[in-house]
Design a protein around this ligand. Sequence first.
Ligand code: ATP
Length: 251
Amino acid sequence: MGILEVKNVGKRFGGLQALSDVNLSVAENTVHAIIGPNGAGKSTLLNCLVGKLIPDSGSVMFDGQSVLGRAPYEINQMGISRVFQTPEIFGDLTVLENMMIPCFAKRDGAFELNALPSVSSQKDVMDRAMHMLEEMRMADKRNMHAAAMSRGDKRRLEIGMCLSQEPRLLLLDEPTAGMARADTNNTIDLLKQIKQERDITIAIIEHDMHVVFSLAERITVLAQGTPLVEDTPENIKGHPKVREAYLGESA
Ligand SMILES: Nc1ncnc2c1ncn2[C@@H]1O[C@H](COP(=O)(O)OP(=O)(O)OP(=O)(O)O)[C@@H](O)[C@H]1O
């Protein structure tokens, strides 16, 4: 039984069956990649896991509890954190201020951005935010404006902001999209480091096969809204059905 169990999930947008009969089991403390061609339904599936979309059918269980019908913030409190395709950080704030926001939210359950100036001297939150920046190897950048950082560093900060909430499942939606190779490799190293240092499960959607094969222990291939195969990276490489789905080659 995985920490995340998706059973027979279906989702339709008008006349388009975006997901049908999706089954997925993500084992605790593993890195599980979900790959597939454009339009395969990967983001739709992720949205069903975090409460942004409600499937028409099927079930989504996290650690034995259904996530369906819960609001995104409730699912977040259950221990699922998501990193989006475009970094969701506050460009006008410093790196440290950005990191303080989820630390406040973790402590108080919620946080109003306009309250930041009045509470930014609170030592416990400041210490926690600094500790997270150290873990992310970003302490030296704490006074930089977040907007001025490289794409890789923005991603690093955002992942740190997610981790400050101590999730048990981290969902990554194309974390290296649009990155230069050096930033991509730094992100791979960061995710490897996180995996080594924490008890955490990672589910990753990614088009870049270098990233997928560097990180994943299991891979599910989605095509036209349905899982085609799920296997180890070794077996996925060169799998005839995968080649067919990506390249239109016949098996
Ligand atoms: N809100 C929506 N309304 C209507 N159709 C949608 C909606 N969201 C997604 N779709 C359609 O559902 C299908 C699956 O889209 P989805 O974004 O999940 O695919 P994907 O595998 O994530 O693709 P990509 O790799 O290009 O990001 C596509 O045909 C898309 O156009």
